[in-house]
Design a protein around this ligand. Structure first.
Ligand SMILES: Cc1cc2nc3c(=O)[nH]c(=O)nc-3n(C[C@H](O)[C@H](O)[C@H](O)COP(=O)(O)OP(=O)(O)OC[C@H]3O[C@@H](n4cnc5c(N)ncnc54)[C@H](O)[C@@H]3O)c2cc1C
Length: 437
């Protein structure tokens, strides 16, 4: 069906990976690994094909909410994730002119006990994706029912009545075939599987262009008085979002990019990144840039979550702006829902119709979370609306110092309005232990 072409017809099955696997998982990012681990835990054999040899290096997602953490607990990695999490809890969010400049406002996110009025610990786990993924990988590798092929790329598939044949390129460069009863496509926002299946995305995007700069620097002296790991830097000369994963070492700066994706404009913009990072920080450190990745926010959900024996999950099924940190959280919940259904069908304890409920349960949740992430992104503009557009850092700081009482109140209200951005858990699928039929 998916046009595997001559390669498939001319190869002998002897060259292929032998036994048919009940479930093939395409993509061994965090969501694919959760699918694999949960299936293995239920005694369902599965094979993960992941084209990267190493786990994710840059810390993209980092906010793990209550329900996804319960799923990680069920998988048996919750404690390891809590032990490895960032030393900074997600208790405060701060808006500043630069790291060493004026504070514009802050939100205290610690929940207040309604009876005592005392603030308790924040309810999330702040663990960067590049810390989470190796934990998941190490755990899944210990499960005998899970097989992980790293450095292996999925190339195409054919669907038959009762099985799917997938063509993959193995690490050593040879091509092989995997037969599976079911396929889970967890191959990320650009999902080659979704594209091959011709499933369109619904919703707007790309909305903008950003660079995610992962860098090393000791920011401890400037973090001490700036609680919380997320700092919105409003310096007009170099605005962006700083995420402090480890105060002494590991940080991400998310910077809006202006130019087009090709030609001199793009080259000049990339060359300016170190200077813009230094301007945003405004402190005497020399950051060591480890990686620069470009990404664009989308507000998109796949029109269908299933094509025959293939299911989309995680970013393959939806792309949200990171405002609200709902992407990975939604993906982990989808993984749990889908595994409950697949495990029932593969073990013969549930009818195949159980699988129909995956899309009807999870897609509306993804649409709601896409909308919420987009609203969070737009609401951030209310702060800029109060501050205006001072041309440089000096004028911004002068403007903030001369704020009238009314302007200061408007600014405080705009900051307070961001609370739901951080406090919402997004929608969660119905209890995944008893999925709707
Ligand atoms: C800057 C930023 C901050 C974010 N912050 C948050 C946050 O705080 N909280 C949150 O919940 N989410 C956040 N997200 C979103 C989060 O990173 C994603 O939702 C998450 O990575 C999705 O996981 P996934 O496993 O579905 O996809 P991915 O992580 O993209 O994994 C897909 C995998 O598939 C593999 N693959 C692709 N094609 C093939 C192929 N043909 N063959 C074999 N393998 C293949 C890839 O190599 C990759 O490893 C953020 C995203 C960004 C960019």
């Amino acid at each position: 069906m998916e046009g595997m072409g001559d390669a498939m017809r001319t190869r002998s099955k002897d060259e292929d990976l032998k036994d048919r696997t009940p479930v093939l998982v395409i993509g061994g990012g965090p969501v694919g690994l959760v699918v694999s681990g949960l299936l293995a835990q239920r005694g369902i054999r599965n094979c993960v094909v992941e084209r990267r040899r190493e786990a994710q290096c840059a810390p993209a997602a980092h906010v793990l909410r209550k329900r996804p953490m319960e799923i990680l607990d069920r998988l048996g990695v919750g404690e390891a994730v809590r032990r490895a999490r960032s030393p900074l809890p997600l208790d405060f969010i701060t808006w500043v002119t630069t790291l060493d400049g004026k504070e514009i406002g802050r939100l205290d996110l610690r929940p207040v006990d309604p009876e005592t009025g005392v603030r308790g610990p924040e309810p999330w786990t702040n663990c960067a994706q590049n810390v989470l993924e190796p934990i998941l990988l190490r755990h899944v590798e210990t499960l005998p029912e899970a097989r992980i092929l790293r450095g292996a790329e999925w190339l195409g598939l054919d669907q038959g009545d009762d099985c799917v044949t997938a063509r993959i390129r193995l690490e050593e460069g040879t091509e092989s075939f995997v037969e599976a009863s079911w396929v889970v496509a967890a191959d990320g926002a650009g999902s080659p599987t979704r594209r091959r299946l011709g499933i369109p995305m619904e919703g707007p995007g790309p909305l903008a262009r950003f660079a995610m700069i992962h860098f090393e620097a000791d920011l401890t002296p400037w973090i001490r008085d700036r609680p919380g790991p997320i700092l919105w830097i409003m310096n007009p000369e170099s605005p962006g979002t700083l995420i402090v994963h480890d105060p002494g070492a590991s940080h991400v700066f998310m910077m809006p990019m202006q130019g087009t994706r090709d030609g001199d404009g793009e080259r000049a913009e990339r060359e300016a990144i170190p200077a813009r990072l230094a301007a945003a920080l405004g402190v005497p450190v020399t950051p060591r840039i480890l990686s620069i990745d470009e990404w664009s926010p989308h507000v998109q959900v796949a029109e269908r979550y299933r094509e025959g024996r293939v299911f989309l999950v995680g970013d393959a099924a939806h792309r949200f702006p990171p405002t609200g940190g709902l992407g990975l959280n939604t993906g982990i919940q989808e993984a749990a829902d889908l595994v409950d259904r697949l495990a029932g069908v593969v073990s013969g304890t549930a009818p195949e119709t159980l699988l129909d409920g995956y899309e009807s349960t999870c897609r509306p949740v993804a649409r709601a979370n896409a909308h919420e992430s987009f609203e969070n992104m737009k609401r951030l503009g209310e702060i800029t609306g109060v501050i205006g557009a001072p041309p440089d850092l000096k004028s911004l700081e002068e403007r903030l110092s001369s704020f009238s009482r009314e302007e200061a109140q408007r600014l405080a209200r705009a900051i307070e309005a961001q609370r739901s951005h951080f406090l919402s858990d997004g929608l969660v699928p119905g209890d995944s232990a008893s999925p709707s039929r």
